[in-house]
Write a protein that binds this ligand. Structure first.
Ligand SMILES: Nc1nc(=O)c2c([nH]1)NC[C@@H]1CN(c3ccc(C(=O)N[C@@H](CCC(=O)O)C(=O)O)cc3)C=[N+]21
Length: 298
């Protein structure tokens, strides 16, 4: 029997709805909206579309959206001074600088300039450190969204074998830490892992975040496992088509036949990333305004 499809899009819509309700209540109490600033440098069309959709989602969730679209020629100094202004702006609770940045700008320097308490991406070393030692801070949106899908499906993860494929600072490493905090037994696998298929076959939970189209095959999956596919890869267009299909890091059709549950691409993890960004912004707003948001409210 084919595994259940985990509907990340629907889950994300529910989360955005909850955030929207709490954001309206925040506005009542604080006398202002929670605010998210999104900074885009350069004219990459995919990033343009993506930043636009974040702005719409922010407004739909009763928050204020501040978009800053800067030309490719923007210097690192100019970007850093914008970040400083946003850090100092009381209307801005969350700051997201869209990555990747143009080559002439040092990404780490820009991330380091963001006030950690406005770093709703959770990319600042202060937030990475907080996560590593179990202090509260901002957790990167994609792995936190994956955890929400996992706990919704599985409840308690204690003692489960989890394999994370990929070791990026943005997904793999924080994902592993969250799974560890949830008492899973965690393996981080990557491009140099020996016998990767054998390692993945032991997993009750597979999180694929390598960025290689359809790399994880059906015969890598333990029957009944829960598979979370973080990859978003565009295939080459079919003859006559202008755009290729979007696929994940997992060969979805065949893996679904073995898995207990699996996220699709699109419609799985991707929509969760934006919903969690709004959630993190709501949390930031409450902290910045000194208004209580009950633990577990969202
Ligand atoms: N500072 C920063 N923070 C980010 O969180 C960040 C970033 N930079 N740079 C780019 C990546 C990419 N990312 C996505 C989020 C949602 C979808 C998403 O919703 N995808 C849809 C499909 C989109 C489509 O159809 O093209 C889906 O998977 O269903 C995709 C990609 C966040 N990123």
């Amino acid at each position: 029997m084919a595994g259940t499809i985990i509907d990340g899009k629907a889950f994300a819509a529910q989360l955005r709805e909850k955030v929207g309700t709490l954001a309206a209540a925040f506005e009542e109490k604080a006398g202002r909206k929670a605010g998210l600033a999104v900074v885009l440098v350069g004219e990459d069309p995919a990033s343009q579309v993506y930043v636009g959709s974040k702005g719409k989602a922010t407004i739909a969730a009763n928050m204020a959206s501040f978009e800053h679209r800067l030309p490719d020629s923007t210097s690192e100094g100019e970007l850093l001074s914008l970040v400083e202004r946003l850090n100092a702006d009381p209307a801005v609770d969350g700051i997201l600088v869209q990555l990747p940045l143009p080559d002439h700008i040092d990404e780490q320097a820009v991330i380091a300039a963001i006030d950690p308490d406005k770093d709703v991406d959770g990319f600042h070393v202060t937030n990475a450190g907080r996560l590593a030692v179990g202090q509260s801070g901002f957790v990167p949106c994609t792995p936190l969204g994956c955890m929400m899908l996992l706990t919704d499906r599985l409840g308690d993860l204690s003692g489960l074998d989890a394999v994370v494929i990929g070791r990026s600072n943005i997904v793999g490493k924080p994902m592993a830490q969250l799974l560890l905090d949830a008492n899973a037994t965690v393996t981080i696998a990557h491009s140099r892992t020996k016998d990767l298929a054998d390692v993945v076959r032991r997993a009750d939970i597979v999180v694929a975040a390598v960025g290689r189209a359809e790399m994880v095959r059906a015969d890598w999956i333990k029957p009944g496992a829960t598979v979370i596919d973080v990859g978003i890869n565009r295939l080459a267009p079919e003859p006559g088509a202008s755009k290729g299909r979007l696929v994940g890091d997992v060969a979805f059709g065949e893996a679904r036949e073995v898995a207990g549950a699996i996220t699709p691409v699109p419609g799985g993890v991707g929509p969760m990333t934006i919903a969690v960004l709004l959630r993190n912004t709501l949390v930031a707003a409450h902290r910045n305004a000194g208004i209580d948001l009950p633990e577990g409210a969202i």
